[in-house]
Design a protein around this ligand. Structure first.
Ligand SMILES: [Mg+2]
Length: 382
């Protein structure tokens, strides 16, 4: 079997899909995108296709190593996301060619289902609390919210109080046993992280995500000393070598690699195993589309330390199209009592609706994340 062609499709709301074709008719799908840079990643996929076209798609480890190591410059969000989507499509092809799900090729499942959490916003306390209650009424047992708006290095108490009120309203709305993840989104710098972590301790959170930027390991260690709340991060780390430093530092309890950014199935599986050796949990990042979610679930199936999965159904970014629009059988992602069943179909376990992908690729998108500024005019972290 030989790869004949790679084609990318930039589709709303903000995604990039990849189809890889082979000479024996099996096709595979991947989702190579980093949010806000879809066209750049598409260009990287096109360049990487030189290493893939004409090769046997089942030699995934060798193709991965070639794409990663043959470039003198490597790593980072663009190259690793391009590599990720290609890797996902190769695994999809391999699973389909053997007639088994990817999880079977990775050693088989250790679970049939995995708990999922749902996004509830976070900008206005009353709205967020109502969204949390509604989410729990629909069967979810865990939610995630933003903790703050833009925050200066040292900011005023009213910003802290807003965060306390917002998270407190959600805890009051859902009771003590629903998991609440609070995402600081890298918006908070070390001085305010210390304050917020102490104040949020009372709400017994499931985790606090990106309490400071992931590259600020010293700040993370300092943050860890000020809370018993589990610290989660990893959506902006891209390889074993990136995760090695943070795991060795002891500054993380839960890692959140995104298999559309962290080198695909091949690399994320290795990152997860490395985290397991440090006693660190796995909660794969996935605010993306159906191919990315299917990829996550195939990984969750076999990773012992996976305990919850992010998914994007109804997330605020999905204004023009949503998670289920591009698959022929949306029931593969049916949530039941807060859990989703791991798809058992061949490859990634989903059937991409190619006709609809083509139609929406004609519309495309030019999504960028918001640009925020502080009151003094300086740029703020979003
Ligand atoms: Mg996040």
């Amino acid at each position: 079997m030989k790869v004949t062609k790679l084609t990318t499709y930039q589709v709303p709301p903000r995604w990039l899909f990849l189809k890889i074709e082979t000479d024996d008719g099996v096709t595979g799908w991947g989702e190579p995108v980093v949010e806000g840079r879809a066209a750049t990643v598409a260009a990287a996929v096109e360049e990487l296709s030189d290493y893939v076209v004409g090769k046997d798609p089942r030699h995934i480890e060798d193709l991965w190593s070639t794409m990663y190591r043959s470039g003198f410059y490597r790593g980072g969000p663009i190259l690793m996301s391009a590599l990720a989507g290609i890797d996902q499509a190769l695994w999809d092809i391999k699973g389909k060619s053997f007639g088994v799900p990817v999880s079977e090729l990775l050693g088989g499942s250790v679970r049939d289902t995995i708990r999922v959490y749902s996004w509830i916003g976070g900008d206005r306390p009353a709205d967020t609390a109502a969204a949390a209650r509604d989410t729990v009424d629909r069967g979810f047992t865990a939610v995630k919210m933003n903790g703050t708006s833009e925050l200066q290095y040292v900011d005023s108490w009213d910003k802290v109080q807003d965060c306390i009120d917002s998270v407190g309203a959600v805890r009051d709305a859902v009771g003590p046993n629903v998991g609440i993840g609070v995402d600081f989104h890298g918006r908070v710098h070390k001085p305010m992280a210390k304050v917020l972590l102490r104040e949020l301790e009372q709400f017994k959170l499931m985790f606090i995500e990106e309490p400071v930027l992931s590259e600020e390991t010293d700040g993370l260690l300092d943050a860890m000393r000020h809370t018993s709340t589990p610290i989660a991060l990893g959506e902006r780390l891209y390889s074993r070598w990136d995760f090695k430093k943070i795991l060795a530092s002891g500054a993380v309890d839960i890692i959140q690699p995104d298999p559309s950014h962290s080198g695909g199935i091949t690399e994320t599986r290795k990152i997860a195993a490395m985290a397991e050796a440090y006693g660190v949990g796995l909660a794969l990042h996935c605010p993306l589309g159906p191919i990315a979610l299917a990829t996550c679930l195939q990984l969750d199936a076999g990773c012992h330390n996976a305990f919850i999965q992010e998914q994007s159904l109804g997330i605020h970014y999905n204004t023009t199209n949503d998670l289920l629009d591009y698959v022929r059988d949306p029931s593969v992602f049916a949530y039941d009592d807060g859990y989703v069943t791991i798809p058992t179909g061949p490859g990634l376990g989903i059937d991409v609706n190619e006709d609809y992908v083509l139609e929406r690729a004609g519309v495309g998108h030019r999504w960028r994340n918001p640009v925020w500024r502080h009151a003094d005019g300086s740029i703020a972290e979003w």
